[in-house]
Design a protein around this ligand. Structure first.
Ligand code: GLA
Length: 656
């Protein structure tokens, strides 16, 4: 399997989505000049080119792309070539309305935007395969080609009739018989028993709460259908290209519609699009979370496929990046394992829905601050490349996350809509990030033996295999910390007897879990050590468990809030941020996990990648950092030791 290494050849890929069809050909030459000026060595081409490549059904117009591929190659710029299948031309929907998806109310998603295709449509898949085949046959051997990019941000759902038929096929494969389906979905409830496959539908608009098993399987089905679309195109491009050309598709961070653990197995390179809000005080931590997740899915170097050089245009208010922030967040991605730093998009559009979304070349042109900063980043990445590419980030801590559990745990009939899986992941990751502890993410069934500490912010549904895995991890010497709502349900979202798997209860020192006591938005639960938010529980501890924190006052007065049973911990509320940080830092220290660097100021993040130490100042104020020994700063060329000064949004990349 090729990896990113074959595409980078020792360089950090630097560039962005290039949409030359929006510009006259003279501009293309200007683009290549500016790309060379900025150190751009990679562009992603053709993401939205279907209508230009196939102006009428079956016609092909490759002339413009031939000229471009040659032009870029002459300029020394590699091409990540996209299949254009995420935005079909208007003629497809016009001739074949059945290719258009429908929402749960039966409304059609028309052309005029993008991503108006049904993953289940045989006609869509046929046309997508045909254009992919011809594109791959023509450019699979082109010397500019460095990577294939399939579709773009796969994210569509479809509740229409063809999707319904595919859903039934998918369910037949999963369950074999209607009896098995009725059992998995618990259709004895509310008279929902199915007597014929034809009666089974996607979870369309309904009067009241939908069947949770049906909703869960529809999410699984959607992820699988989109994956089928990806795999079909991937296999076509692979047939036409040399074995070293990798294939990717770009993920959206923590996107609910794709089981990205499963998807990553089908990719040569894992790539992600990342757009933290420049005004978000925790933007850097959001970035770190997504980067940790993507690196874990890639099991090594990964690709930042898209970020913004300035503002996006899809928030209510879209702020530019202050001076230095683009550089800081780009280097943060490299620190956390990225071997590619790319943007949406190269040249800011003058028309269309995204004309106010920034580009590497802004409306202000090459004199603009944005482009000047891009040039600096390009030059610095070139300086770092030979020392970083291919190297790994090692972590002693894994945070568990699984899409199926997220899906099951977010059903509308749950006890508290305040409980939100991404928010819980974020809270636990943030606590560890603020404690300067490096984290991977892992699936509950992954091999966890390499980690000293595993934390489980919110794994509501766990399979038997996952529970076995956690038990043997702790038996083998690992330390485990579980948050509330761990292991409540099985893979069918069937509540386990006792409200939590019995073996997990024994592991965590819980004798009886009497009731869950969710908290209102502004409510807190007092304990003798901290305040909890969001949730609390009425628990009896097992005899040999030690009670580490106790609820104070209210109905739960005197009952355990935090339990410990040897190396296994259970936290039945969400401690306030500083308390969660202190709790996890203490447990990590006991498990032998060290912070990346001791004595770091709060606003400074330290990351080790290979033998390099990255120091990132997320503050606007300059700050001094104590670094033991003498080191070489790869960005400035200076020898530093003792105290390293970091300016506003400053970065140092220190080699031994
Ligand atoms: C996504 C898409 C791009 C563009 C950007 C805007 O990442 O892949 O085509 O729309 O969002 O932020």
């Amino acid at each position: 399997m090729p990896g990113l290494g074959d595409a980078t050849r020792g360089r950090v890929l630097f560039g962005g989505d290039y949409n030359p069809e929006q510009w006259p050909e003279e501009t293309w030459h200007e683009d290549v000049r500016l790309m060379k000026d900025a150190g751009v060595n990679s562009v992603t081409l053709g993401v939205f080119s279907w209508a230009k490549l196939e102006p009428r059904p079956g016609e092909r117009d490759f002339g413009w792309l031939d000229r471009l591929m040659d032009l870029l190659h002459e300029g020394g710029i590699g091409v990540v070539l996209a299949t254009p299948t995420s935005s079909p031309p208007p003629w497809l929907g016009h001739l074949h309305p059945e290719t258009l998806p429908r929402d749960e109310d039966g409304r059609v998603e028309w052309w005029g935007g993008r991503q108006h295709f049904s993953h289940s449509s045989a006609v869509y898949r046929r046309y997508a395969a045909a254009i992919t085949e011809d594109l791959a046959a023509r450019y699979g051997g082109h010397p500019a080609l460095t990577m294939w990019h399939i579709n773009n941000e796969y994210c569509t759902y479809d509740w229409g009739d063809e999707a319904a038929a595919r859903f039934r096929d998918w369910l037949r494969t999963r369950y074999g018989t209607l009896d098995a389906l009725n059992s998995a979905w618990g259709t004895a409830f509310w008279s929902q028993g199915y007597g014929a496959w034809e009666e089974v539908l996607p979870p369309r608009h309904a009067h009241y709460l939908k069947n949770p098993g049906q909703v869960l399987d529809f999410k699984r089905f959607t992820s699988d259908m989109l994956l089928e679309c990806y795999v079909a195109e991937r296999d076509i491009v692979r047939r036409h290209s040399p074995a070293h050309i990798p294939v990717t598709t770009n993920f959206m961070p923590l996107w609910a519609g794709q089981d990205a653990w499963r998807w990553a197995e089908e990719e040569d390179v894992v790539s992600v699009d990342l757009y933290p809000d420049p005004r978000d005080p925790f933007g850097a931590q959001h970035g770190a979370l997504v980067q940790d997740m993507t690196r874990s899915q890639a099991r090594g170097p990964w690709m930042l496929m898209e970020q913004a050089a300035g503002p996006v245009n899809w928030r209510g208010v879209n702020h530019p990046k202050p001076r230095g922030l683009n550089r800081l967040w780009s280097l943060q991605a490299v620190a956390r394992g990225a071997d590619a730093v790319c943007y949406f998009q190269w040249r800011q559009s003058r028309q269309g829905a995204e004309k106010f979304h920034s580009g590497m070349v802004p409306h202000a042109g090459e004199e603009g601050r944005t482009f000047q900063e891009i040039k600096q980043i390009g030059a610095e990445l070139a300086r770092l490349a030979h020392r970083v590419t291919g190297s790994h980030v090692d972590c002693d801590i894994a945070i568990l996350h699984d899409w199926h559990s997220w899906w099951a745990g977010s059903h509308e009939g749950r006890l508290s809509t305040e409980v939100d899986h991404p928010q819980l992941l974020t809270a636990w990751h943030r606590a560890l990030w603020q404690a300067h502890l490096a984290t991977d993410f892992a699936h509950p069934e992954h091999d966890l033996t390499a980690y000293k500490l595993v934390v489980v912010p919110h794994s509501y549904a766990l399979t038997d295999a996952a529970i076995d895995n956690l038990l043997s991890y702790v038996r083998g010497g690992g330390t485990l910390v579980c948050g509330f709502l761990t292991g409540v349900a099985d893979q069918d979202d069937r509540v386990r007897p006792g409200g939590m798997d019995a073996r997990l209860r024994a592991l965590l020192g819980i004798r009886t879990l009497h009731e869950w006591w969710p908290l209102d938005e502004d409510e807190t639960a007092e304990t003798d050590r901290f305040r909890g938010i969001l949730w609390s529980e009425e628990i009896d501890p097992a005899e040999d468990a030690s009670v580490e924190a106790v609820y104070k006052g209210g109905e739960l007065d005197g009952l355990p809030a935090v339990l410990r049973n040897g190396r296994a911990w259970y936290v039945s509320t969400l401690p306030e941020p500083h308390a969660l940080r202190a709790l996890l830092a203490g447990i990590a220290a006991e498990a032998g996990v060290r912070p990346v660097l001791d004595g770091l100021p709060d606003q400074v993040e330290a990351v080790r990648r290979g033998d390099l130490l990255f120091l990132l100042n997320h503050g606007r104020e300059a700050v001094a950092v104590e670094v033991p020994g003498s080191r070489h700063d790869l960005l400035t060329g200076a020898q530093v030791g003792g105290e390293v000064m970091l300016g506003r949004y400053g970065v140092a990349v220190l080699a031994p």
